[in-house]
Design a protein. Structure first.
Length: 101
């Protein structure tokens, strides 16, 4: 269930950012900004991450939100060990992967 709630806030973020990009009316811009702030705060609480870390991640996307394609894979050796890499953006360990074109 938590994954679906996180997806809800991700979609809310995308809607708010698209709205901010296209809105001309200052009242609409204010509403979209509040929606964006709310989605960041709630996503942060559910993901147990700092608000500013979530904000900086979310705000890397701007304007029109477009789908991004990415792939990752689990690679095991004969001893059953898994290959992991340390992410440059947050220092956490993950399986190798990245953006596709």
């Amino acid at each position: 269930m938590q994954a679906s709630i996180l997806a809800f806030f991700e979609q809310t973020r995308a809607l708010a950012q698209s709205g901010l990009h296209y809105a001309k009316d200052p009242y609409d811009r204010d509403r979209y900004q509040r929606l964006l702030d709310w989605s960041i705060e709630e996503y942060s609480h559910l993901a147990e991450e700092e608000i500013e870390e979530i904000r900086s991640t979310f705000l890397r996307e701007s304007g029109v939100i477009t789908p991004k394609c990415a792939a990752s894979g689990a690679i095991f050796n004969d001893g059953g060990e898994i290959l992991l890499i340390r992410r440059a953006d947050n220092g956490k360990w993950t399986v190798p992967g990245g953006a596709c074109e």
